[in-house]
Design a protein around this ligand. Structure first.
Ligand code: SF4
Length: 349
């Protein structure tokens, strides 16, 4: 049985053509019923012929994952533990900014990248997520927003939850196409960001997609010595190779790149690191997002003291670098990425 949510429009058109010899516009009709009118019963899709509806019922379902647990923070941040059909659990987060509602979605179950500061990486990867499972996270958050009755929806997406999105490349790209499609969620490409720890060949591939979506790089260190300590991927693709791929992306897309930089006490938060970081991104159309580290019990890293964050920020700012310090959200719930799932899976075992 195929799940409609697993298909971006072009792929659904091809499949309908292939298995039923149906015209491509039928896929658009189905998309509009499902995503625009939120009709999930093929029998109610009245502009499709009865015979076609019967064939759809025999071969397709329209199935979302379910909510296993929901945590709501005082600041309105919502963290969901989502249960998949095979009973695996994944995390997704809704963050409310003044400019819109941001869904931070997971792309894999667990992660093998082993970034030292990350709670998500504490659980080994068991598999990649299907398109419907990535999309399902946004749909569930939209359901919650709908229940709140304020006529709001998810307006921005960051593929920044558990998993390395570029190791589930094709499914993440199809997910983006559905989110961006005028026949589906219609979320502007510029409101969608993918964050990678630095899978260099996929950064180049992403650059070639011709999308107007954003790229964020989890950098977290200004040199190979520190980066290799906290991000094993740096031993495969070092900073110089990473920056070459970023420059290729900039040349192809003309878009700005975001560098994520988690500030960890006594590791990467010195003024010297700020200077090295400035030299590294000099001349690159970039934006630096400084993130005070969110301590998790499972590892040894400590949050950078506020005065270090301030000095680091001031130094970059004075060098005319576009820089912000990310505000913490959901600090009263299991805020660090992967924390909620890590707790749940551990308590189950
Ligand atoms: S930071 Fe991202 S890539 Fe690194 S271990 Fe965590 S989830 Fe995986």
């Amino acid at each position: 049985m195929y799940n409609i949510y697993d298909f971006e429009l072009k792929k659904l058109e091809n499949l309908l053509q292939e298995i039923f010899s149906e015209k491509p516009f039928k896929a658009k009709q189905i998309f509009q019923w499902v995503y625009k009118r939120e009709v999930f019963d093929f029998d109610q899709m009245t502009d499709l012929s009865k015979a076609f509806r019967e064939k759809l019922k025999e071969n397709f379902c329209i199935k979302k994952p379910t909510i296993y647990k929901k945590q709501v923070s005082k600041d309105g941040t919502i963290k969901l533990l989502v249960e998949l059909e095979d009973k695996n659990l994944i995390e997704t987060v809704l963050i409310r900014y003044t400019y819109g509602n941001v869904a931070c979605v997971s792309s894999e179950i667990g992660c093998d990248m082993k970034c030292g500061f990350c709670a998500s990486g504490l659980l080994k990867k068991s598999r990649e997520l299907k398109v419907s499972e990535i999309l399902g996270q946004v749909l569930l958050l939209n359901d919650i927003l709908k229940e709140e009755g304020n006529n709001e929806k998810i307006t921005h997406i960051v593929v920044m939850g558990t998993g390395e999105p570029f190791l589930n490349y094709d499914n993440v790209m199809d997910f983006i196409r559905i989110c961006n499609s005028p026949f589906a969620l219609e979320i502007g490409a510029r409101h969608i960001s993918v964050s990678t720890c630095g899978i260099v060949d996929k950064i180049r591939k992403y650059a070639d997609e011709g999308l107007q979506t954003n790229l964020a790089i989890s950098l977290h260190a200004p040199n190979d010595e520190i980066r290799s300590k906290i991000m094993p991927i740096n031993r495969t693709y070092n900073i110089s190779e990473l920056m070459d791929a970023v420059k290729y992306y900039l040349k192809k897309t003309n878009r700005r790149v975001t560098f994520e930089y988690i500030l960890i006490k006594d590791l990467n938060d010195s003024l010297d690191c700020a200077k090295q970081l400035t030299d590294l991104i000099k001349g690159i159309c970039a934006y630096i997002n400084l993130i005070p580290y969110n301590e998790v019990m499972e590892n040894k890293f400590k949050t950078s003291p506020q005065q270090n964050v301030r000095k680091f920020y001031d130094y970059l700012y004075k060098q005319n670098i576009n820089v912000t310090v990310r505000k913490g959200f959901g600090d009263d719930i299991d805020a660090a990425c992967g924390q909620l799932r890590a707790k749940e899976v551990k308590s189950d075992t």
